[in-house]
Design a protein around this ligand. Structure first.
Ligand code: GLY
Length: 370
């Protein structure tokens, strides 16, 4: 990517600089200094990165103020408060001071946990997000939602803690398994349905997805980079307006009410997050159509695109999983006073947050799995 960047100024006064640059990992120390992080840092990284070609650059930071990376073997199943405590213990063992900062390098689970550790350690130290998966680059790595899961559900504890810097190094995607690329593309398609408007390179995002989806899944950089930049610019616009999800930020949860329920009902082990989102989008489109909010042409167009997202997992739920999914929807963070709130589409690019009843929840779940 030709070194694009943007700055998000939040109403809370927080600022995040986002850098998109292939190879930016090599400039991490310098980029941190440019945003005023001049103390001693500590890198928390996904242990899997140390068995890829990124091992050498990461270990190379041992001789700098960032020190040797603290490698954590994280997964959705270990996205717990216990893991956050382990991370904070590692920061303390490093002697991280209040003028220090945390650099979280990894996928969405690692950046959520690392950002949460930064929010808690010493009652909050600055942090830098370096998302290494497509999913984290287009969504989780930006916007300051940090946290962990509880037994009762996904992301039920956490803090809003904006990263000072987000570094999207597209070269990091080269070692990503294709299933993970498809997972990230589900969030890209979600953005395209929410905001099909022209991207920075002048093309509507929806058209670009329709044209380039398979090439992006194959890792072709010229297909991936404009999609990433468009999604980050869209999300940046939304979170700058609504940092704490009092309004428009909830739209980013399109497809996620069903997705989180599917993940919880299958023990966070069967579907990647993006696969669950792709299924959730199907249910959401169907519900929007049944309510007459989407006309047939828009429904068909969106359904065709969502149907191209590859799902490697078996989508058949057994009876126990099926009956666990509905209460999980009711526990969704957006539920209020017993009503499940869904983001539905009142036309492409026109999301609305609406209450749905139990029968509609069943219908959305069935349509997701059909
Ligand atoms: N992943 C949705 C959000 O950041 O609000």
């Amino acid at each position: 990517m030709p070194g694009a960047e943007l700055e998000i100024a939040f109403r809370s006064g927080a600022r995040t600089r986002c850098v998109f640059e292939a190879g930016a990992l090599a400039r991490l120390d310098e980029l941190c200094a440019e945003v005023g992080l001049n103390g001693t840092g500590a890198i928390l990284c996904d242990a899997r990165l140390l068995s890829t070609q990124w091992r050498e650059p990461l270990l190379g930071y041992a001789s700098t103020r960032l020190g040797p990376p603290v490698a954590r073997p994280v997964s959705e199943a270990s996205k717990t408060l216990g893991e956050v405590e382990e991370m904070c213990d590692a920061l303390a063992a490093r002697g991280l001071q209040r003028d220090g900062f945390v650099v979280a390098i990894g996928g969405g689970v690692l950046t959520d946990l690392g950002g949460f550790a930064a929010a808690l350690y010493s009652r909050g130290v600055p942090w830098v997000s370096v998302p290494t998966t497509l999913l984290a680059q287009v969504d989780a790595g930006l916007g300051g939602k940090t946290g962990a899961n509880l037994r009762a559900g996904k992301n039920l504890i956490g803090a809003f803690h904006q990263p000072r810097l987000v570094v999207c190094d597209t070269a990091l995607l080269a070692t990503l398994p294709q299933r993970e690329r498809w997972s990230g593309l589900a969030e890209v398609v979600k953005c395209a349905l929410l905001d099909p408007a022209r991207d920075a390179r002048g093309m509507p995002l929806l058209d670009r997805c329709e044209r380039d989806l398979e090439r992006a899944a194959a890792g072709e950089v010229d297909a991936l980079e404009p999609l990433i930049e468009a999604c980050v610019r869209y999300k940046a616009r939304i979170v700058a307006e609504d940092e704490r999800e009092g309004g428009a930020r909830a739209f980013l949860n399109l497809g996620h009410t069903v997705a989180h329920a599917l993940e919880a009902a299958t023990g966070y082990a069967r579907f990647t997050h993006g696969e669950a989102v792709a299924l959730g989008l199907r249910g959401t489109l169907s519900l929007s159509r049944v309510r007459g909010m989407l006309d047939e042409a828009a429904f068909q167009r969106a359904t065709r695109l969502v149907g191209r997202l590859k799902i490697a997992a078996d989508r058949r739920l057994d009876a126990a999983e099926r009956s666990a999914a509905l209460p999980a929807m009711a526990r969704d963070k957006k539920a209020r006073a017993g009503k499940v709130r869904f983001v539905l589409l009142d036309g492409l690019g026109a999301p609305r947050l609406l209450e749905v009843d139990a029968q509609e929840c069943v219908r959305a779940l069935e349509a997701s799995l059909a």
